[in-house]
Design a protein around this ligand. Structure first.
Ligand SMILES: [Zn+2]
Length: 653
């Protein structure tokens, strides 16, 4: 009997969960929220407007571990029940009628909304959200199912010394006393996972697209010099994508906000992309690590993902494959054709590695890896466009977006448009590239060979043609081809090869481990390159190869910080500590600095670097260990995993 009851309950809830979008349409949500950051608490008041499509006895919202009060329906208090996952409203709801559901709630979200640094006086205090993969219902009662799109208007009350950013257009800032209420307005509906806000200390610069859309680019006040390299090409790529896609940007404005300790590279919240502040770079860092690709990717999602949204994970490539492909097109516009084919070649190599380890899956398999969804997805669009031609491809994309705007899509919806515009039967294409799990490496490589640049790269192979390799190094082949040769025959490098571009010199820096005396001087010049990858590799190598010159190398690189994770500074501090006789009076200070970088007030990439260097020189002291313990509970799972395994290793010794 017990079993029977449980089974019945499971059946009913299962049935209701899957079907709610069929009988109720949530139209809009007027949301007001405020925060108690020290208590990591959200307080809110929400009014949902909804239409009943089929009569029902109850409806629900997804709401994880929340407390509700003053729940009313059309102004009258109503029976409700909330458990750890949902808010249930019990009431007969009639087909064809509209209702207004209103309530107040309180939550202490464990994920999807993050309070950063509020416990540290000099921390970079922020609040920001991540709805995809984490569910907005952790902090805002909403609909986890992507198929019910809602117009969310957010109002947020907070300390007026902060900047508050959310989806849509800021229509009003209301000053209370010490607080302010920011009113954001959306005109169109979106899936709940795209609802977002970010709070922190920011400045911003504004540009306008050719079509008149406001592009708001946020940055920390202390990063004004990094603004230009960080947001380089933003307007160009925006204009390019609007033109290329052929459908006007669907939202009122476009905002980009860097945040500390973000979970991913970036997230395409509707009209408000949030991205990792590790991409906030200066001119030198830009060379090796910049925001350009992520910038274009999240922007492309504003159409592919936000305007048209997958119905389920089976069609995830309609979001990630498209965003990856259109980002590549935008980068092609900036960096040229060779870059475009080069990136496709790199994607293919990554797919090949996955394939060889047995990890290939069909693109339409919802359990596919990110590599498949993103990179195979982009490749499939590249190949499809080759097959049907530019015109048919572009007009299919255009009508697909127009037809399904603000709705949900399946793969067949897109394919049907391409079949219509191209007048081709694509069943073979779909079977080969979408349904089949084989990679078809050779077919893909064939497509790349239309690029002379790729042909040359493939031809230059010192494992096959050893005799010619010295010549290759001094010929006019591309930087990528030269780098390949250098990696294959580092012992044949000559002084002349140092007279090359920054990328080729970087290949030299990272490929040679034993520096011959004849190249010492040339190799030393790498310490002056405008590349933090090059400087880090060169400093390490020179220090190792020429012990008698260590003071010189350390003095030369003393003030260099490097990337966001302080790669050069960390290496420098470590080497300074273990170099006999180098500034003995300053060693305690250097050790303190390196240890301090393990503290929670720093970003996790900085902390992880500091932990690794301290472990390498076996100098993780009590302070470092305490910080490591703290790190095991960090919201970034990769970092907490790293910390757990390092702590385990320390405890074993
Ligand atoms: Zn994406």
């Amino acid at each position: 009997m017990k079993f029977y009851l449980l089974a019945l309950i499971f059946f009913i809830t299962g049935f209701l969960c899957a079907q709610q979008a069929d009988y109720v349409d949530f139209k809009s949500a007027a949301v007001w929220v405020t925060f108690q950051p020290e208590a990591k608490t959200v307080l809110g008041e929400v009014t949902y407007k909804l239409d009943i499509l089929k009569s029902r006895d109850s409806i629900f919202l997804d709401a994880i571990n929340m407390e509700f009060s003053l729940v009313s329906l059309n102004g009258k208090s109503v029976d409700f029940r909330s458990d750890s996952k949902k808010l249930w409203i019990k009431r007969k709801l009639k087909k064809g009628k509209s209702y207004e559901l209103k309530f107040e709630y309180k939550a202490q979200p464990k994920k999807a909304l993050y309070f950063i640094d509020w416990e540290y006086p000099d921390g970079n205090k922020q609040i920001w959200t991540q709805g995809q993969g984490k569910y907005t219902s952790n902090w805002l009662p909403s609909i986890d199912d992507m198929n019910d799109k809602i117009e969310f208007d957010l109002s947020i009350t907070f300390n007026k010394n902060y900047e508050v950013i959310a989806n849509g257009k800021l229509i009003d800032k209301q000053i209370n006393d010490s607080t302010m209420t920011w009113h954001y307005d959306m005109r169109k509906p979106m899936a709940s996972y795209l609802v977002a806000l970010a709070i922190g200390k920011y400045d911003k610069q504004i540009e306008y697209s050719e079509s008149g859309i406001t592009l708001e680019m946020y940055y920390y006040p202390e990063d004004s010099l990094k603004f230009e390299p960080t947001y380089r090409y933003t307007k160009q790529m925006f204009d390019f994508l609007e033109e290329e896609i052929g459908v006007a940007y669907p939202w009122q404005n476009y905002k980009q906000i860097p945040v500390k300790d973000f979970l991913y590279a970036g997230m395409e919240n509707t009209s408000a992309t949030i991205f990792s502040d590790a991409f906030v770079v200066n001119d030198t860092a830009f060379v090796d690590k910049n925001y350009v690709n992520v910038n274009a990717h999240e922007l492309a999602h504003q159409w592919f993902g936000d305007l048209v949204t997958e119905t389920s994970g089976t069609h995830h490539w309609l979001q990630e494959g498209f965003a990856t492909y259109y980002a590549l097109l935008a980068e092609r516009d900036v960096f040229g054709d060779n870059y475009y084919y080069w990136r496709l070649y790199e994607y293919l190599q990554e797919l090949d590695v996955q394939d060889k380890s047995g990890g290939s899956t069909a693109l339409l398999n919802p359990k596919s890896s990110s590599t498949t969804f993103y990179k195979k997805g982009a490749w499939v669009l590249h190949l499809l466009r080759e097959q049907v031609g530019d015109d048919a491809f572009k007009s299919a994309v255009k009508s697909y977006l127009n037809k399904y705007a603000f709705k949900n899509v399946k793969t067949k919806d897109f394919i049907a448009e391409v079949e219509r515009t191209s007048k081709q039967d694509l069943s073979k294409f779909v079977a080969l590239w979408l349904e089949n799990k084989d990679l078809n490496y050779n077919l893909m490589l064939e497509s790349l060979k239309q690029s002379v640049f790729i042909q040359e790269y493939l031809m230059v192979d010192c494992e096959l043609y050893t005799s010619k390799c010295g010549e290759y190094l001094n010929s006019g082949i591309s930087d990528e081809a030269k780098a390949k040769v250098i990696e294959q025959i580092p012992n044949q490098i000559t002084t002349d090869n140092f007279k090359s571009s920054i990328k080729v010199r970087q290949a030299i820096a990272t490929s040679i481990s034993i520096i011959p005396e004849r190249l010492k001087q040339d190799y030393e010049s790498l310490l002056q390159d405008e590349s933090y990858v090059t400087i880090e590799a060169a400093l390490m190598n020179l220090w190792r190869n020429f012990p008698q010159e260590r003071y010189k190398y350390l003095n030369q690189t003393k003030g260099i910080v490097g990337f966001h994770d302080k790669n050069v500074r960390m290496l420098w501090l470590t080497l300074a500590l273990i170099t006999d006789g180098f500034e003995p009076e300053n060693k305690p200070e250097y050790f303190k600095e390196l240890t301090d970088y393990t503290s929670p007030k720093y970003s996790f990439d900085i902390r992880q670097n500091a932990f690794m260097f301290l472990q390498q020189i076996q100098a993780c002291n009590e302070v470092c260990r305490e910080n490591l313990k703290e790190a095991t509970t960090h919201h970034n799972w990769q970092f907490s995993k790293f910390s757990k395994s390092m702590l385990q290793a320390l405890n074993q010794n």
